[in-house]
Every structure is written in C-alpha cells, then in structure tokens.
Design a protein around this ligand. Structure first.
Ligand code: PEP
Length: 249
C-alpha cells in the first residue's frame, strides 16, 4: 500500500502561502508518484490551492466539516462544499477540535459519514492524552475512540485513520518506536474486528511532531502507513524532506 503523507496547516496560511503548496507540487513533478501527498490548508485557501495543484502530485484536503449538507449553521462548512471547492479528503476529530470545540466521538462519526456522503475520504483522528497514557489507558482510549468515531457502513475506501497522541502534537516529543508499534498494532486489530480482511486496506497514519529528522524511522515502522504532519508541513522544504523519507511501498 502506498503511504500517505498529509499536511495539516491548522489556522495558518494567507494567500502568499500558496507558493509553498505550489513548490511541493512542482518539486515532486518528476519523481515517482509514491507516496500519496495531501495538504490541508485553511478553508479560505482550499479552492485556490486545488486550482494550483490541478493535475499535479498534491491533493488538497480540509481540516473539518459540518455533518449536514446545508442549512442554518452560521460559520460552518459542509463536506459537499469542501468537495465543490476541490478537496478530496477532510480531517475529522483532530484533538484540537475535540479539545477546543468539545467534539465527541459521536460528532466525529457524523462528520466522517458526511465526508463519505460527499465523496471525500475522512481522516479520522484518535489519540490519548498524557494523563491517559500515564494511567496505562492509551490502548483502551484509542480503541474506544476508533469504535465510536467510525460510522456504521463507512466504506474502507473513504477511511484513513490517524493515530495522534495528544501529548506529541506540536510539542517536539514523539513516542518511542515500541509505543508507536503497540498503538498502531492495536488500531489495526480494532479495524480488523470491524472490517475483517478489508482492514488491511485502511491507512493508519502516525501524527505528532513528525519532522525531517525522525520521519524515515517512524515511517519505516510496521503498520505505519504514512504521517499526518502539522508544523513541519508549512514549509515546502521540510514537508518535501518528510515525503522523500517515506518508504516506497
Ligand atoms: C497535527 O496537528 O496533526 C500534528 C501532528 O501537529 P505537529 O506535527 O505539529 O505535531
């Protein structure tokens, strides 16, 4: 399975930042189309970013969506609107959404269902806090989040999972290889229970302080099918180094 390297720009990026997306896309133009590459800029840049990379190596995704297709939800954006703007994927259940917007796993499942309804891939994020890890609850927290955040009847075609320990996001800290292996194996087992053989086709990304210096090691671990990258996706040179560190599968 080809790996997926996805960049999450969070609430960063003005129109001038489109040059970074263009630089990533153009730099990869003559390289083998492996891994898959996705950049999720803020919603204000989606349509322009999609135009910039049209027909190129980079796909464009969004960072959140509303569960309903349209309606009286001021300030929200539906999955259908994201698709219309040129997105192919949408991140749902990022820990910053769970933490700052009080999103529950049930909310996340509704958003993932909306993504699939609109023909988008849902990148469903799960991950334990440091307190939960210290209490030895990391595996149970993540498997419960997975069970509740993936809606019934979701096709594996429309699903990517991102394991993102909350304590590793934006902190410069990463879990040990043993911890990553344990969590990704647990996530795979949970997906096999749910999707049987098809679970082998679901990418499980690792996210949390991935950077050029640790990417090759993390991306080489079993059951790691790519990365969700925050801070290091903002600069084309760093993001390209991470993309080039992915094993060709
Ligand atoms: C993220 O926000 O999904 C993330 C992984 O951030 P960072 O790479 O900056 O830790």
């Amino acid at each position: 399975m080809r790996q997926l390297i996805a960049g999450n720009w969070k609430m960063n990026g003005l129109r001038a930042g489109l040059a970074e997306i263009r630089a990533v896309d153009r730099s990869l133009a003559d390289e083998p189309a492996n891994p898959l590459v996705l950049i999720c800029p803020p919603a204000t840049l989606l349509a322009e970013a999609a135009k910039t990379v049209d027909g190129g190596r980079v796909a464009i995704g969004a960072q959140d969506c509303h569960a309903e297709p349209a309606g009286a939800f001021t300030g929200d954006i539906s999955a259908e609107m994201l698709r219309d703007a040129g997105a192919t994927s949408v991140i749902v259940g990022h820990s910053e959404r769970r933490q700052y917007h009080g999103e529950s796993s049930a909310d996340v499942a509704r958003k993932a269902a909306a993504a699939s309804r609109a023909g988008l891939t849902a990148i469903v994020c799960v991950g334990e806090t440091e307190k939960e890890r210290d209490a030895k609850k990391a595996v149970s927290v993540v498997t419960t989040q997975l069970a509740k955040s993936i809606p019934a009847d979701l096709s594996v075609k429309h699903l990517v999972v991102a394991y993102e320990p909350v304590w590793a996001i934006g902190t410069g800290r990463t879990p040990s290889n043993v911890q990553i292996l344990e969590m990704h194996a647990a996530a795979r087992t949970a997906l096999v229970k749910r999707f049987d053989k098809e679970a082998a086709d679901i990418r499980i990304l690792y996210g949390g302080s991935v950077k050029p210096s640790n990417a090759a090691e993390i991306l080489g671990l079993k059951n790691v099918d790519g990365a969700l990258v925050g801070g290091a996706s903002l600069k084309a040179s760093d993001f390209l180094a991470i993309i080039r560190a992915a094993p060709k599968r």
